[in-house]
Design a protein around this ligand. Structure first.
Ligand code: PPE
Length: 318
């Protein structure tokens, strides 16, 4: 997907013109994948643009950095304020926001010495539906990938680190080569993990089930939001390891992510899911989720952050 460039990118503490937000080719992250990043969305709402779950994303950025011992020289309130600033200064009504922290140019070598520079960049641009404009309504066809997720004790899946996405890229390439919109990866033990860039939920007999944190998933913030919204709607939610074939006999399946939002799945490995169209639970959750931005769903969790550009320090439990 081509990036719709904007005017400014926040880079190491200041706004620089889009074209000037560059790095040295000997930056550590380019060689060893030592970056951590986030993806957030700002939605246009009746009370102006609002960022969805800003504090939760900043917290996960800092958690990812901690796991990889990347010392980001900015604290959460500063990162929150910078995310707002890039949206405001680029005049965006809605946006995808991409904070990226990485080991920069210092010495070459796998293990960086203390004090190796860490850079932080935050860009924002307009980004539409991740899996295509029709996907949110009609659903997508997915396959199980021959590539499995990283096993525990190899690369930590809970960190949203650049290096992890070599796995996602292979899963995504294979799926598209085979004519599918997205690939689902199994974890090292063969149970369902997640999509290349999305968490997975299935519905069976009205119960919503999703793989647990230990299934080599990224703990998605959309996943967390969907579980909270579902419980609020009186839907039973379980985090449970799932054998692959549970997808074949599910009544409904959908994928969640900041980019993918809530995207129904209409087939897995060419087996039709349920009735083959968006199911009632998926639809109810989409309505609750998108209702947060239209004003139909009351934001009782403090998930929407206005762009007043003031760091609030508020941290909402997830
Ligand atoms: N799993 C993976 C592997 C993943 O990359 C994402 C987000 C999720 C789950 C869902 O997490 P959350 O956004 O917090 O609900 N993927 C991001 C990157 C997409 C991209 O292609 O780049 C995203 O959705 O922003």
């Amino acid at each position: 997907m081509a990036i719709k460039s904007t005017e400014w990118i926040w880079h190491n503490g200041k706004l620089v013109p889009w074209q000037s937000a560059t790095v040295h080719v000997l930056s550590h992250a380019l060689h060893y994948g030592s970056s951590v990043f986030e993806g957030l969305r700002a939605y246009s709402t009746p009370t102006g643009p609002q960022i969805f779950r800003l504090q939760a994303h900043t917290r996960r950025l800092l958690d990812s950095a901690k796991i990889h011992r990347i010392e980001i020289p900015w604290a959460a309130p500063e990162i929150d304020a910078a995310c707002k600033e890039v949206v405001v200064r680029n005049g965006l009504k809605s946006a995808y926001i991409r904070p990226l922290a990485f080991r920069g140019y210092g010495e070459v070598g796998v293990v960086p010495k203390a004090g190796h520079p860490v850079e932080l960049a935050i860009a924002a641009w307009e980004w539409g539906a991740y899996l295509g404009p029709e996907a949110l309504e009609k659903g997508v066809d997915v396959c199980v990938s021959s590539w499995q997720r990283v096993a525990p004790n190899t690369i930590p899946a809970l960190a949203k680190a650049g290096g992890n996405y070599l796995s996602s890229t292979l899963v995504g390439f294979e799926a598209r080569d085979r004519g599918f919109a997205e690939g689902i990866a199994l974890s090292a033990d063969g149970t369902v993990s997640e999509g290349a860039g999305e968490n997975l939920f299935l519905v069976r007999d009205g119960v919503l089930i999703t793989p647990p944190a230990a299934a080599s998933i990224l703990q998605g913030i959309t996943r967390d939001s969907v579980m909270i919204l579902a419980r609020d709607l009186g839907i039973e939610v379980r985090e449970q390891t799932l054998p692959r074939e549970m997808m074949y006999i599910a009544d409904e399946i959908f994928l969640t992510g900041t980019a993918a939002e809530i995207t129904p799945v209409r087939s897995v490995d060419r087996l039709v899911v349920g009735s083959g169209s968006r199911g009632p639970v998926t639809r109810a959750l989409q309505e609750a989720f998108f209702g947060l931005f239209s004003g139909k769903t009351a934001d009782r969790w403090g998930w929407l952050e206005p762009l007043d550009n003031q760091p609030t320090g508020k941290r909402v439990a997830s």
